[in-house]
Write a protein that binds this ligand. Structure first.
Ligand SMILES: Cc1cc2nc3c(=O)[nH]c(=O)nc-3n(C[C@H](O)[C@H](O)[C@H](O)COP(=O)(O)O)c2cc1C
Length: 152
């Protein structure tokens, strides 16, 4: 299957929540994974404090449709492409949407500075975006850890 990958950064606005942030994120992820399953899209969502980095991979049509869907979401603004290109294999093959909160204590201990990369860097380069993803894609592939989001 022809594979395409897109990585972008955007600002996220969680204001107007009807529930606490963790529940809102869980609800959004459940919905995102339901939609991604239909399109065979996998990827990762790394949340910082004000921004997030998202990586989408799959067949070109569904990946572009997914990006379009995110662009319609009123919580998302200031979207900037980090890279978009054909791919030979998936980085997150078993994850309908791998997720980490980069501002959480556990991630900060393991990867200090990673949330600053997503939140503060003027322009996120391809290399930095790829490095941020690589912190997790290796783990995901090697251990089969899927953060509760297996393609089952
Ligand atoms: C941070 C973030 C990441 C998202 N990622 C995806 C995604 O991977 N796939 C997708 O179909 N939609 C994605 N979306 C879009 C929302 O899931 C989409 O707007 C939502 O499904 C529509 O929800 P609503 O019916 O509550 O308006 C994302 C939205 C946000 C805020």
């Amino acid at each position: 299957m022809e594979l395409y990958q897109i990585c972008y950064r955007a600002r996220i606005n969680w204001s107007g929540l009807r529930r606490d942030l963790d529940s809102e994120i869980d609800r959004a992820l459940a919905q995102i994974r339901r939609i991604n399953r239909r399109g065979g899209v996998t990827g990762a969502l790394l949340l910082g404090k004000s921004h997030f980095l998202q990586f989408l991979e799959g067949a070109p049509g569904p990946v572009l449709d997914t990006l379009y869907c995110v662009m319609q979401d009123r919580r998302v603004t200031d979207l900037e492409a980090v890279f978009h290109e054909p791919a030979t294999e998936r980085l997150f093959p078993n994850s309908l949407m791998f997720h980490r909160n980069l501002a959480s204590g556990a991630v900060i201990q393991t990867y200090p500075g990673l949330h600053a990369l997503v939140d503060e860097q003027d322009r996120l380069t391809r290399g930095n975006g790829y490095s941020a993803l690589a912190c997790f894609s290796g783990d995901v592939r090697e251990s089969g850890v899927t953060n509760g989001m297996m393609l089952v």
